[in-house]
Design a protein around this ligand. Structure first.
Ligand code: URA
Length: 236
């Protein structure tokens, strides 16, 4: 059972406050009866919800794209650090949200936050080969040997990385577009370090075929549509 203002805010992709206003002005009905209080609770999976007479669907899971800022960690709970879940706007917070994948504390860009464990597993498993693209600012230019080595697969300690693609952004070899299919600890920084190059700034700009929404400022986020989820999985 969930509170009606929460159900309507999730179903309509609006804030709890806006949902409350719809309820107060009598626009919301459940199973044909008008709802009078924002505090009433309903079965989000079985009841029929309408706003202004139009059926709306409560999504079992949510998928949020965040442009992660520096200084927050990609975890659900942090001892001393704020997490990507902590900085979600209040009306987007709900139980069991977690970041699907890891970005370092100083990495910015596309962070997917969801409560759908199966989906997260699918897009993160190296078996599924979902590419993730980053823009890396380097302390010195990369050369063709590095491109070949990345294509072959860089060996890090005991792990052999899967082949990675590297291109220049704007023809500048200190700005690299790197695409990897895994999410090993500090993977991109360590791959460059192997060739004596330090990554100064790192930003994830794409997951699967879905680019980061450039209208999101750092720290901002929005829900993803079903089509966009398929873009991540590469099935669209
Ligand atoms: N590789 C890194 O080194 N850091 C990240 O945050 C992501 C990929």
């Amino acid at each position: 059972m969930e509170r009606i203002d929460k159900i309507i805010s999730v179903a309509e992709n609006i804030s709890r406050k806006e949902a409350g206003e719809l309820i107060k002005c009598g626009a919301v009905s459940v199973n044909g009866s008008r709802v009078k209080s924002v505090k009433e609770k309903f079965n989000e999976n079985n009841d029929l919800f309408c706003v202004n007479g139009k059926k709306v669907t409560y999504n079992k899971y949510v998928y949020i794209m965040m442009n992660k800022p520096k200084g927050v960690i990609s975890a659900s709970e942090g001892k001393n650090d704020r997490t990507v879940v902590d900085i979600l706007p209040d009306d987007m917070k709900r139980k069991n949200l977690f970041p699907a994948g890891r970005l370092d504390k100083d990495t910015t860009g596309f962070m997917l936050i969801t409560d759908d464990g199966d989906f997260a597993h699918k897009i993160l498993s190296p078996k599924n080969h979902i590419p993730k693209t980053y823009i890396a600012e380097l302390d010195k230019p990369f050369d063709d040997n590095l491109v070949k080595a990345f294509e072959k697969g860089v060996e890090l300690k005991d792990d052999l990385c899967m082949p990675a693609k590297i291109e220049t952004a704007d023809g500048d070899r200190t700005k690299a577009l790197v695409t990897i299919k895994q999410g090993m600890y500090h993977q991109i920084k360590r791959m460059f370090k192997k060739f004596g190059i330090t990554v100064l700034e790192l930003k994830r700009i794409k997951m699967g075929n879905l680019p980061l929404d450039l209208s999101l400022k750092e720290g901002e986020c929005r829900y993803l549509s079903a089509d966009e989820l398929n873009e991540i999985k590469g099935t669209k």
